[in-house]
Design a protein around this ligand. Structure first.
Ligand code: CO
Length: 174
């Protein structure tokens, strides 16, 4: 997994071409996500600064063939509504190995996005899917979960983060 902070902070452009290349990008994202035992992955995490994300809130529990119905590919997602309530939950990120901590997220979220073929879709995500969506959506705005950790978890992870920066540099790759 690439860890390039400059790329994670860069602007991500909207997708305009719903072509074979886009299908290849999303296939690669899904492959990498499952191979790394993650629940979601956003294009900037693999060096592609475009508004593309994939996730599967059931990933890790069962083989991929049994959880295809919860697999999501979202192109150009926009948030159209959120719950007033938020809940704290522990998160990690494939771009920050060994860093874990609590982040507050809306309990449900209404989303508009385009499918892999460019069709407009609207959907409400709840529970774990809402959490994973919000984490990946933040990536598309250059926001990282380490920015949002509750203060005690920021402190707890400081050594890990400093070690990653020492080892790979602020723009390092692993
Ligand atoms: Co992440």
């Amino acid at each position: 997994m690439i860890w390039v902070v400059r790329q994670l902070r860069a602007e991500n452009i909207r997708v305009t071409q719903f072509d074979e290349r886009l299908r290849k990008v999303t296939d690669d994202l899904l492959q990498s996500m499952y191979a790394s035992e993650g629940m979601g992955l956003a294009a900037p995490q693999v060096g592609i600064n475009e508004r593309i994300m994939v996730f599967n809130a059931e990933a890790g529990s069962k083989p991929r063939s049994l959880i295809l119905s919860t697999e999501k590919v979202l192109i150009n997602p926009d948030i159209t509504g959120t719950s007033a309530d938020t809940e704290l939950g522990e998160e990690g990120c494939l771009s920050f190995p060994r860093v874990f901590g609590n982040v507050a997220r809306h309990t449900w979220i209404d989303v508009r996005y385009q499918s892999i073929t460019g069709e407009e879709r609207a959907e409400r995500f709840e529970g774990n899917a809402a959490v994973v969506f919000q984490h990946e959506y933040d990536h598309l705005d250059g926001v990282l979960f380490i920015d949002k950790l509750v203060p005690q978890d920021k402190t707890r992870n400081r050594l890990h983060l400093e070690r990653l920066i020492r080892q790979y540099g602020p723009d390092g790759a692993i």
